[in-house]
Design a protein. Sequence first.
Length: 225
Amino acid sequence: MFLFSYGIGHPRDLHRVDRRQRRMCIIDRDIFYAQCGKVDTDFMHKEMGSHFFIDNKDYAATSLTLSNSSSLTLVLPKEGKDIRRMMEQKGFLQELLKDDTEGADFGIVKLSLPKFKVHSKMQLADTLKAMGVTSLFDTAAELNGITNEKPFFVSDIQQEPSIALNEEGIEASAYTMIGATGAANMEHPKVLDLNLNRPFLYVISTRMDGVELPLFIGVCSNPAS
């Protein structure tokens, strides 16, 4: 399981879901088909009416509404599709987060989602240096906006994002699940059975100037690891 982060707050900024909305779903034990074999784990089940989803030749996906104008998108590749190769495709993420992407529709979504928790620690100094950001790490760095002390420079940068998803909701820095988005009622709705019982992609994004911007991207390859 791995996690990328494009922005993160301090752990003390975590929020809890309102008590009236905490019970996300029905919980039972089921099998998750990880690359290492079958894993017995807790699954959460929820049926959402008049809900947005995507179902095309490459993957099926749906989104859950978070606080702070953000959302959690869950993506299950179709059988035989490699999730990492999909992520490497140019424009994949932008297309995924569009409202009118291929296969986008509204209907009933029957979601089965394993509980999982992931914590990732990343060393960013070398990455920033490779991108050309080197002056911060030099003993002659100009950081007068912070202090006039000399020498004063950046020695290292670490980032430790974490995500936990269970029946209480989702916590990822300041992002907390508060409900599910919906649309107009339909007489004969389409139905998507989205059973995330094998490796899947999750994206936490926020809407800014009408565009969804990714904040966290991860792959759940084994919810028990």
